[in-house]
Write a protein that binds this ligand. Sequence first.
Ligand SMILES: Nc1nc2c(c(=O)[nH]1)N[C@H]1C(S)=C(S)[C@@H](COP(=O)(O)O)O[C@H]1N2
Ligand SMILES: [Mo]
Length: 205
Amino acid sequence: MGGGRWAVGGGRWAVGGGSVLVAAVSLGSTIDALRPLAVLSPRGQSYGDGPNDFQINRTAFGAGISPAVGNGWTLRLSGGPTEVTLTRADLASLGLHTARLPIACVEGWSTTQVWSGVRLRDLAARAGVPAASGALVTSVEAGGPFARAVLNSDQVLDPDALLALQVNGADLSLDHGFPARVIVPALPGVHNTKWVRSIEFRSGI
Ligand SMILES: Nc1nc2c(c(=O)[nH]1)N[C@H]1C(S)=C(S)[C@@H](COP(=O)(O)O)O[C@H]1N2
Ligand SMILES: [Mo]
C-alpha cells in the first residue's frame, strides 16, 4: 500500500518543471495541483491522504526509506533472555490498543490523531523484560539524528505508549512510518521514531 503512495509522492518530490503540475491537474484535483509547491515549504508542511492527511516531519523519500520497506519486514525485540522476531501480523495478534495522542514537533507545529498499535509494555513483556527500565528504539532509517531514540521506564510502561500500526483506522502511510512507529504521550515529536526496526529493552537501573 505504501508502494502506491510512493509513486505519487515520487512525482511530487521529483518536481522540477511544469510537466508534473500538468499531470497533477489532469488528475482533476486542485489540491494535488498545488502539492508540488510543498517542496518549497518548511518541513512539517507536507500532508498525506485520507486518514493519513496530517503534517509530515520527514517523508519516507526524504529519509531514504524504500517503498518496499514492508516486504519481509519484521520487528526485533531484544534485552530479554532470547531475541524475539515478530511479523506485522504477529504484532496485530498481540492486541491493538487505541489512543488519541499528539505529535508536537520542535519545528513549531503539533497535530493530534487517533493511533492504534501494540502497547510498548506488552512488547516489553513479550521480550521477557516486563519491568523495563527503558528502551532503545532503532529505525530502518540509516544514520542521522532520527535513527534511534531512547525511552525511559515511564514512557515504555505508560498504557498509552504504542508501537502504532494504524492511524485514524487506516494503516500508517509510508510517510507516517509504515510498517510501525512509536507514539508515546508527552514525548517530544522527534522521539516518536518512524519505520521502527528493533526495540532493545533495558532492565535494571
Ligand atoms: N525515523 C524517523 N523518525 C522520525 C523522524 C524522522 O525524520 N525519521 N522525524 C521525527 C520528528 S522530528 C517528528 S515531529 C515526528 C513527525 O511524525 P510525522 O511525520 O508522522 O507527523 O516523527 C519523528 N520520527
Ligand atoms: Mo519534529
